[in-house]
Design a protein around this ligand. Structure first.
Ligand code: HXC
Length: 514
């Protein structure tokens, strides 16, 4: 064969790889309102930056050459996002419904290995019917190899999953092992078993969307973190997330000149946050005033809304923010919010992102369902995550920090570096209105006017204990501040902490109460 003939042959193979499952299936993909695997990579990555590998990987056991799919059901390679290198794979639903067999499993494992070797994030665009049924154990092995790599890469490189079609079985377990899951509203679903299997197993009737759609997983199960309308918009959000996080665990998060002065006063904060501790407000109004230019990327926005987590910048440096949300359930800590915050704190700690904690919490939620659901163990996750985190930790108590929630929410005792309290803050075991019923019950019952006695005891308690000055006297709070100074105080604390180096006792790993 001449070189010209060889090049023509190569061109034919590449053209077959580009066509995936064929023109008809590509059209069907578009009719479903979905982009193809390659179109998605083009939308995700900087223009012209994608470098494909393994486009010629193929199942040689398929004896019929004409029926072989070059590249199999996934497109893999590397490219750039805002000029920074990433590795990516994009599953191709037009080839066997994006299902995973041996070739596809090996391709994904290979690009993950590359990402770990060079220390860059790996982004998986998922659109897959799960294990390729006709390949039997070969496809299960492929998944196992990917899961193993997901776990070994955890905390080494950021791993991001985007669900862009119906993902079943093994196709959802790998995303569940990654750091963040995005879902596209209306066209993506995640489930271990679909509606038909559920109906035959349990008799329950459901639909794909109700069972595993973006709404279900971002608000009910909490499995997914972001729900976005439209594939291109979703991929744009992935790019935005990347702008806050480093390439790997020994890299610094990217710095951006935001131009927002750190000494900016939060002039209207006193009218935003009511002085009366039981009145609600939206803590995002405080976060947005505190961080650079009000830019806050909320994570898990629709799940456990009594607590807010997300990314922002202070003085141009990326940070993670954790805040109680008095607008929902009074900002109480419960099972879901403890899990949500613990996981976020773990991510920040893995990837060198300082953590700012804004505390306004009445305590842990009492209740039988919470106790039976394991609030003790789930609440302990949050304590564990904060105590184990060695990144800079700055905590501000806005209005109240009661009970175990005071300890859990980034207290000095769990290793926070700088702790502030607003001048109106209350730090105590519980609010006076509850406390007097326990410590002064007999005194109230025997009083000639029990209601008046109770009111007076509450007032005494508030004066004696519901303020930040006992904590400040003991050094648990480093300073009591004017709320308007919050941005300046937090920014300066983060500045001094930039050189922080903390080590913990050597061990194989701790045993977080999973
Ligand atoms: C092989 C598959 C496939 C699979 C889909 N296809 N899933 N081929 N293995 N798992 C093929 C179909 O045969 C079809 O081929 C094409 O992909 C498109 O599928 P449709 O059913 O026409 O599409 P749609 O109606 O959109 O439904 C998509 C779907 C459904 C919801 C994903 O196909 C489905 O339920 N698939 C099976 C899901 C599943 O049970 N997977 C195994 C899970 S077990 P043609 O040639 O017609 O285009 C598992 C174990 C791993 O994953 C455990 C690891 C721990």
């Amino acid at each position: 064969m001449s070189i010209e003939e060889r090049l023509e042959y190569l061109g034919q193979l590449k053209a077959r790889a580009l066509l995936g499952g064929g023109a008809e299936r590509i059209e069907a993909q578009h009719e479903r309102g979905k982009l193809t695997a390659r179109e998605r990579l083009d939308a995700l990555l900087d223009p012209g930056s994608f470098q494909e590998i393994d486009a010629l990987a193929v199942d040689l056991n398929n004896g019929n050459e004409g029926e072989r799919f070059y590249g199999d059901a996934v497109v893999t390679g590397w490219g750039k996002i805002d000029g920074r290198q990433v590795c990516a794979f994009s599953q191709d639903f037009t080839v066997y419904g994006g299902s995973l067999g041996e070739v596809m499993g090996a391709k994904i494992a290979k690009v993950m290995d590359l990402a770990v070797k060079v220390g860059v994030p790996v982004i998986g665009l998922n659109d897959s019917g799960g294990a390729r049924i006709q390949e039997g154990v070969g496809s299960l092995a492929g998944y196992g190899e990917i899961f193993h790599r997901n776990v070994l890469a955890s905390g080494v490189i950021p791993q991001i999953s985007v669900i862009m079609g119906p993902c079943a079985g093994g196709a959802v377990y790998s995303p569940a092992l990654t750091d963040f899951i995005f879902m596209v509203e209306g066209t993506s679903q995640m489930f271990l078993t679909g509606p038909d299997v559920i109906q035959s197993a349990t008799g329950e009737l459901t639909t794909m969307e109700e069972l595993g759609g973006a709404h279900s997983h971002t608000s009910k199960s909490g499995v997914a973190h972001f729900s976005v309308k439209g594939e291109r918009e979703c991929l744009e959000e992935v790019r935005r997330l990347l702008s806050y996080i480093p390439l790997n665990n020994v890299d610094d998060p990217p710095w951006v000149d935001t131009g927002d002065p750190t000494d900016r006063s939060l002039d209207d904060i006193l009218s935003i946050v009511p002085g009366e501790a039981s009145l609600p407000y939206d803590v995002r109004d405080v976060i947005e005033r505190m961080v650079d230019n009000g830019a806050f990327m909320e994570v898990h926005e629709f799940f456990a809304q009594n607590l807010v987590v997300g990314f922002a910048r202070m003085d141009g440096h990326a940070v993670g923010v954790v805040a109680n949300q008095p607008m929902y359930l009074g900002g109480v800590l419960d099972i879901d919010s403890a899990r949500k915050a613990a996981r976020f704190v773990r991510f920040c700690d893995s990837f060198n992102l300082p953590i700012i904690t804004l505390v306004d919490v009445p305590g842990y939620l009492p209740g039988i369902s919470q106790e039976y659901g394991g609030i003790i163990a789930h609440g302990a996750k949050l304590v564990y995550a904060y105590a184990a985190a060695t990144v800079p930790k700055v905590t501000v108590i806005l209005r109240k920090a009661f009970g175990g929630a005071y300890d859990a929410m980034g207290s000095k005792h769990l290793g926070a570096d700088v702790n502030y309290a607003w001048a109106g803050a209350a730090i105590a075991v519980m609010a006076g209105s509850q406390a007097v019923n326990i410590i002064s019950r007999r005194e109230i019952q025997s009083a000639s006017e029990p209601d008046a006695k109770r009111a007076q005891l509450i007032s005494d308690y508030q004066e004696r204990l519901e303020h930040p000055y006992i904590a400040a006297a003991k050094g648990y709070i480093d300073d009591v501040i004017d709320p308007r100074e919050t941005r300046r105080k937090v920014a300066h604390a983060l500045e001094v902490l930039r050189g922080k180096a903390e080590t913990q006792p050597p061990r194989k790993h701790g045993n977080i109460p999973l």
